[in-house]
Design a protein around this ligand. Structure first.
Ligand code: CTP
Length: 400
C-alpha cells in the first residue's frame, strides 16, 4: 500500500512481451494503493494477456483501438493523456521503444504517449541481445532526454532460455520505484521528523494511572501531513485510539513520560524536525505500588514528583534540529507561550488557548497562534486538526 499513489490517475501501457502477464500484478498493486487505473494495450499484447483480465483488475474498460463498436465511439488519446497523472509503459518491447523514441503513432498507446503531459515511466522487457543492441541503447537514451523515466530491466532467466539482462522489473519493484520517485520532489523528502503525540500515563499501581484527556489527534494529523510531503516520520505516541497506516510513518507506542523521554533521546540525533505535540504529565507518583491498592482508608495521599521535561531536554542538546513546541494555556496565553519558546530553546511554538471554543483536547478542530523565534506571530481561524496540521507544517517549511 503506497498512500502517495491514492487517487492518482494511472495509465498502464502494455505491449507484446511475455512479461505482459506481470501487468496484471502491476494493475493490482496500483488498485490496492487506491489509484485509478486505465490500461491501454497494443493489438499484439492481447496475444499475451487478455483485455478481460486487465479490465477486471483495473475496474475500467481496456483500450486497444482508436474507436470502439459499430457506433464509432472515439477513444480519445488526447483525453486519456490529459486524464493521467502519470503513465507506466510496462512491459515495453524493443518495437514500442523505437516508436516512442521516434513518434510513430500507429496505435492508440503511442498516440496517448505523445499526448500525455504527465511523467512517463518505462520498463523494458526483451531478450538480452536485443536489450544491449545499440539501437535499444540509443532509444533508451533518447527517451531519457525527453524526460521519460527509465525503470531498468533485471538480470535472470529470459523466455528464450538465455540468462542475462532484459527481464522486466518485478511489479512490486516498479510500484516502489514510482512511489519513491513521486515523493522525491516533495518539500520534506529526505527529511526525518520526530513527533510526540497523545497523553502519558503515570502508573500509581498495576491498574491505575494519572493521565489526561489528550486524544493524540493533533500529533497524528501532523504525522500524516509530514509523511504526505515526503518526510520519514517517527511518532512517539502515548496511549491513544488513533491509528495510522502510511509507509513513511513508524509509530513507537509508549506509556509514561519516562518511556517517552527515552524513546525521544534514542531517535532525536538523526532528526531534522522535532514536533512535540504530546500532553506529557508534569508529575508522576513518587512510588509505584506493585500490588493493587486496596480501599482501606478514608483518604489516600499520593506523593507526586515532577517528570522530566522532554522538550526542554532536547532544546539543551539540539544541534540543527528545528524544534516546535505546543502550549495549551488558559490565561496570559501569549506571554506564557513566548516564555516556553525561550526557556525550551525552540524555533516555533504553537499556542492553543482553552478560551477558544473548539480548541484543545478531544476536539476534531483547533484554533492556533504560531509564534516564531524571531517574534513573528500569526493567528489562524478555527479549523479541522488536519487543516491546522497543514498550516503548521507550511510555517515550518517556510522557516527552514
Ligand atoms: N513537554 C515535554 N515534556 C514535559 C512537559 C511538556 O516535552 N514533561 C512539551 C509539550 O509536548 C509541549 C511543551 O513542552 O510541546 C509545552 O508543554 P506544556 O505542558 O504547555 O508546558 P509545561 O512546560 O509543562 O508548562 P505548564 O504545564 O506549567 O504550562
Amino acid at each position: 500500500m503506497y498512500t502517495n499513489l491514492k487517487d492518482k490517475n494511472v495509465i498502464i501501457g502494455v505491449t507484446a512481451s511475455i512479461a505482459a502477464y506481470k501487468s496484471a500484478l502491476l494493475v493490482r498493486e496500483f488498485i490496492k494503493s487506491g489509484a485509478n487505473v486505465k490500461v491501454i494495450m497494443t493489438k499484439a499484447a492481447r496475444e499475451f494477456i487478455t483485455p478481460l483480465t486487465l479490465s477486471t483488475l483495473s475496474k475500467n474498460p481496456v483500450h486497444t483501438k482508436f474507436s470502439t463498436g459499430d457506433e464509432g465511439v472515439w477513444n480519445s488519446h488526447v483525453d486519456l493523456g490529459i486524464w493521467a497523472d502519470f503513465m507506466v509503459m510496462a512491459p515495453v518491447t524493443a518495437n514500442t521503444l523505437g516508436k516512442m523514441a521516434n513518434g510513430l503513432a500507429d496505435n492508440l498507446l503511442i498516440a496517448t504517449y505523445l499526448s500525455a503531459r504527465c511523467p512517463v515511466y518505462f520498463a523494458p522487457a526483451m531478450d538480452l541481445d536485443m536489450y544491449h543492441h545499440p539501437s535499444t541503447t540509443a532509444n533508451i537514451t533518447k527517451l531519457k532526454e525527453y524526460g521519460n523515466i527509465f525503470i531498468e530491466a533485471g538480470f535472470g532467466e529470459l523466455a528464450s532460455g538465455l540468462i542475462g539482462e532484459g527481464r522486466m522489473a518485478e511489479p512490486s519493484e516498479i510500484i516502489k520505484f514510482i512511489s519513491n520517485d513521486i515523493s522525491k520532489d516533495l518539500p520534506l523528502s529526505n527529511k526525518k521528523v520526530l513527533i510526540t503525540a497523545g497523553p502519558t500515563h503515570e502508573a500509581i499501581d498495576p491498574v491505575r494511572f494519572i493521565g489526561n484527556n489528550s486524544s493524540g489527534k493533533m500529533g497524528y494529523a501532523l504525522a500524516k501531513e509530514c509523511a504526505n510531503l515526503g518526510a520519514d516520520v517517527i511518532v512517539i505516541s502515548g496511549p491513544t485510539a488513533e491509528t495510522v497506516s502510511h509507509k513513511n510513518i513508524k509509530v513507537i507506542s509508549i506509556k509514561s513520560a519516562n518511556d517517552m523521554y527515552n524513546s525521544v533521546h534514542e531517535n532525536i540525533k538523526n532528526t531534522d524536525i522535532g514536533i512535540f505535540a504530546a500532553a506529557v504529565a508534569d508529575y508522576k507518583p513518587k512510588f509505584v505500588v506493585d500490588k493493587k491498592i486496596k480501599k482501606k482508608t478514608e483518604t489516600l495521599d499520593i506523593e507526586l514528583v515532577p517528570t522530566q521535561d522532554i522538550l526542554a531536554s532536547v532544546g539543551k542538546i539540539k544541534t540543527n534540529q528545528f524544534l516546535v513546541g505546543f502550549a495549551l494555556e488558559t490565561d496570559n496565553e501569549l506571554e506564557n507561550a513566548q516564555g516556553k519558546l525561550k526557556r525550551k530553546n525552540l524555533d516555533m511554538i504553537v499556542l492553543n488557548s482553552l478560551k477558544d471554543s473548539g480548541a484543545g483536547f478531544a476536539h476534531n478542530t483547533n484554533k492556533i497562534t504560531i509564534i516564531e523565534r524571531s517574534g513573528n506571530i500569526s493567528e489562524f481561524n478555527l479549523k479541522s486538526k488536519q487543516e491546522v496540521a497543514t498550516d503548521i507544517i507550511a510555517s515550518v517549511i517556510s522557516k527552514m
